[in-house]
Design a protein around this ligand. Structure first.
Ligand code: BMA
Length: 860
């Protein structure tokens, strides 16, 4: 990688500033991010506040509450959401604003029930955190000092009467109302507010309030470009037929205004138009010959054009908008075939297998997710060869930077609307609020080449049919079931798809995930599925090898964070037991989930000797499980065309299905994803004592190389060997080797060997190792791992070598400011490997601190 992180970030920030409809040559913006103070509404003590921010982080900063992520502190802050809070600052009324014909106050996000006053006149009553709020302040803003006040009502107090009024409860199993002192009164679904704030099976209950995105004044004269939509009508490598739909707000009727569109500085369209006072829509159609297409990670360059749209009046007054947009065609293909109904993504005319993960918000306190953290999130997807992230429906429509980074790195986004695992109100007021939120976000995101699909919700339809909801409401009578189903159907199959159709510029829509068809439970032969047989239903891990779906949009397996991460939030000796009060509080799947990890572990691994090694073995267990699934899904191409594991990240330190912990440390699963999601995969499996090897490739051309297979004992003695030249399949999967295990074992038993496979092409080796027995039954020998570290490029190069086969070699350092290029890897006997570790430590301290173990050390 020639470009440093910092440089990349600068590029991204610059791009963010320029993209979308935020930059107007003649629009003046006055940020309101200074001088904020806040207080509990019923008390008089003012404290300093940070905007954007939330109450909890302001309370932490003022030393009023302790970090809720530390040990059991979450419990002590449950009072915060039952209080009302007032935020105040003063705005200087500047001539620049006051002399403008248009003056607006803009909140990019208010969480959630907020009354906004300017100089004591009520401007706005906000009730939806997912949308922007914009108010005309002409005549209210005065010269000099102005008081801006935002009164946040407790979301609990606002929504409790709605809960009390309903004759039934709306299902919302993840809302941890009992932790919030509300017994079974699950009120979260009434608010258009991130669902996970109320708790989830990987998240704490921390119900925030606050000005969570930026706030500013905006003023202009004459005209402005309000929005530019780029519609990609028909795109192939020969030409791109595009339309720019330009929304212009004008103060007056104007004749002979000129609208131009430039792509990478070249004029592609020009139109002279007459504008009327108010909102105008100008549509420009044009063709770009031989466009540089946007490709996903691994398939080519995610090329982004700089589009500049300008409107110029006779007198020279101008407004201009810049957008970075990738030109590509993208189709969500759902077609009948012999087996059922496909679900795949066709990019620039080619079916592309989706490799990726589900993404949840990166923190319970959203405003503290830094641009650097966003960058790491997307690069951590890119660097393990992902090409899709699914933004799951219990969180938020992400910040612009998330999508900018996905555009830039070739990561497609499956975007859920924010509904998950629950039933929601269906009254007109609620639906209207959702409509506004959906229009706002679809318009905001529609130009991003990364946006692949809009999806109505997470699991709500399957829950209705499969989790007993339908039956439960039917049993209550009174037409409740009918009403609730109609509400559900109306929202996900009428309201939302109509908005995507009208505003989405051709992006596909699905009513729910998982989904076969509207009005039915999901299945493995039509559409996508969430496969939770392994884990929730206790199926053996090997079940991943045979379970089929057209598209796995979820599957997952839990682990704890590694020991060095655990010590940050659970530092006391008494915490170091997976059933300790602190560890249980950071395990929202409860003792059920701990039990699952233990049970699966003991079925597959030898019992670890202590807590620290339990955590380590849990990593290998999770990594092996998910690797099994990822590879099985890819072997099943083209029947299966997608594999998105649950989940890419955590929102706080916790035991969960994540492959990277809250602090950003990669778990074994994330390291394993790198090979399992690589463009070429060699995938050996042993099932029922039969060894098969598949070769999978996502390239659109065959790749020639050499395949080799070695069955060897733990000391490296080869008992069976095969080597042959081979060509990869084209964008598909092929069986390249099969044998009964007994034919490749020589005089060894299946517990004595490992199966090493390799496909080598152009100097790059795609390798993989399979085992013919469970890890606990393999006769691993005590590995003597010799390592040495040398200063190199922001850290160290560590060279490691083992006398015998070493399973799951794990290196660790305390603190969180280090990163291992590879970890939890297998070391072949006598083979030297070099791993880069970023770290600021001195060589002496590094040598002293670095711990290196392998699987045998966990029980010996
Ligand atoms: C899925 C998700 C989440 C949940 C996860 C783990 O189905 O959609 O709601 O956190 O399972 O149980």
């Amino acid at each position: 990688m020639g470009i440093s992180r910092k440089k990349l970030l600068v590029a991204v920030l610059l791009q963010t500033a320029l993209s979308g409809s935020n930059l107007y040559a003649d629009v003046y913006r006055q940020n309101i991010d200074e001088g904020w103070k806040f207080r509990q509404a019923r008390l008089d003590n003012w404290y300093d506040a940070t905007v954007p921010g939330v109450v909890h982080t302001d309370l932490i900063d003022n030393g009023i509450i302790d970090d809720p992520f530390f040990r059991l502190n979450e419990r002590a802050v449950q009072w915060v959401d039952k209080e009302d809070w007032i935020y105040e600052t003063s705005i200087n009324g500047e001539d620049k604003v006051l002399d403008s014909s248009n003056q607006y106050l803009v909140f990019k996000g208010l969480d959630t029930y907020a009354d906004v006053y300017l100089n004591d006149s009520l401007l706005l009553k906000a009730d939806n955190m997912f949308r922007e709020w914009k108010v005309d302040i002409k005549g209210v803003l005065k010269k000099g000092d102005n008081k801006l006040k935002v009164y946040f009502h407790s979301p609990i107090k606002i929504d409790m009467p709605k809960w009390e009024k309903l004759p039934y409860q709306l299902e919302s199993g993840n809302d941890q109302s009992e932790n919030g002192g509300l017994l079974d009164r699950k009120v979260g679904i009434f608010a258009r507010k991130a669902g996970y704030h109320y708790g989830w099976d990987w998240g704490p209950r921390l119900v925030t309030s606050g000005i969570w995105r930026s706030v500013y004044l905006e003023a202009w004269n004459d005209l402005r470009i309000e929005n530019v939509q780029l519609i990609q009508n028909k795109v192939n490598s020969g030409s791109a037929k595009l339309s720019s739909v330009v929304e212009i707000i004008s103060d007056d009727n104007v004749s002979g205004a000129v609208v131009t569109v430039k792509a990478d500085g070249k004029l592609v369209s020009k139109e002279t138009v007459n504008l009327v006072k108010g909102l105008n829509k100008v549509s420009l159609d044009y063709t770009i010959k031989n466009p540089k297409l946007w490709w996903t990670n691994g398939l080519g360059d995610p090329y982004l054009y700089d589009f500049t749209t300008t409107v110029t009046m006779n007198d020279g007054t101008q407004d201009s908008v810049n957008d970075r947009i990738g030109i590509r065609s993208l189709r969500v293909v759902t077609e009948k075939d012999e087996a059922g109904t496909t679900l795949y993504f066709e990019l620039n005319g080619k079916p592309v297998f989706m490799k990726g993960a589900n993404y949840i918000p990166s923190d319970n306190f959203l405003p503290r997710v830094t641009d650097e953290k966003y960058e790491r999130t997307i690069l951590d997807a890119k660097n393990v060869n992902m090409n899709m992230l699914r933004i799951w429906g219990g969180g938020i429509y992400e910040n612009d930077i998330f999508y900018d980074l996905c555009d830039e790195h070739g990561i497609l986004v499956w975007q859920d609307f924010m509904f998950a695992c629950s039933l929601y109100p269906g009254d007109d007021e609620f639906i209207e609020s959702v409509r506004q939120e959906a229009i706002y976000n679809v318009r905001r995101l529609r130009n991003h080449p990364c946006i692949a699909l809009w999806c109505g919700n997470n699991e709500n339809q399957d829950a209705w049919f499969g989790w007993g909801w339908k039956r439960r409401y039917e049993a209550m009578g009174n037409g409740y079931a009918e009403k609730l189903w109609n509400d559900l159907y109306n929202l996900y199959f009428k309201v939302l798809p109509e908005i995507v159709e009208e505003y989405g510029g051709g992006t596909g829509y699905r009513g729910s995930s998982p989904m076969s068809f509207p009005g039915m439970k999901s299945d493995g032969v039509n559409g996508d599925s969430h496969y939770w047989g392994v884990w929730h239903a206790n199926d053996p891990i090997s079940q991943y090898n045979t379970e089929r779906s057209r598209f796995f949009s979820e599957y997952g397996f839990q682990s704890f964070p590694e020991y060095e991460s655990v010590k940050i939030y659970a530092p006391e000796k008494r915490d170091h037991d997976i059933y300790s009060e602190v560890m249980m509080s950071h395990q929202r799947g409860g003792s059920f989930a701990n039990g699952r990890i233990e049970e699966y572990m003991l079925k597959n691994f030898k019992k670890p000797k202590d807590f620290e090694h339990f955590l380590y073995v849990g990593m290998i267990l999770q990594g092996d499980a998910i690797k099994t699934a990822m590879e099985a899904h890819r072997r099943d191409m083209p029947y299966c065309m997608g594999s998105l594991f649950w989940q890419h990240n955590d929102c706080w330190p916790v035991a969960s299905w994540s492959s990277r912990d809250y602090y950003g440390r990669w778990k074994a699963q994330h390291y394993f994803a790198k090979n399992a999601y690589d463009m070429i995969l060699v995938s050996p499996v042993v099932m029922n004592d039969k060894l098969t090897v598949h070769l999978v490739s996502d390239y659109f051309k065959t790749v020639s190389g050499n395949f080799s297979l070695k069955v060897m004992d733990m000391r490296g003695n080869v008992v069976y060997e095969k080597s042959m030249p081979l060509k990869t399949p084209v964008n598909g999967s092929e069986l390249i080797f099969e044998s009964e295990m007994s034919n490749v074992l020589g005089d060894k038993s299946k517990n004595d060997v490992i199966i090493y496979t390799e496909f080598e092409t152009d100097g790059k080796a795609y390798t993989n190792i399979a085992y013919a027995a469970e890890q606990k039954d393999l006769n691993y020998e005590k590995a003597n791992i010799i390592w040495s570290a040398k200063k190199a490029d922001g850290g160290f190069d560590v060279t490691l070598k083992s006398d015998v086969f070493a399973r799951g070699v794990f290196m660790s350092l305390s603190g969180i400011d280090n990163f291992f290029e590879d970890n939890y890897f297998d070391l072949l006997p006598g083979k030297e490997v070099k791993v880069h570790v970023s770290s600021d430590l001195s060589l002496a301290v590094f040598n002293e601190q670095l711990k290196v173990i392998s699987l045998v050390d966990s029980y010996m």
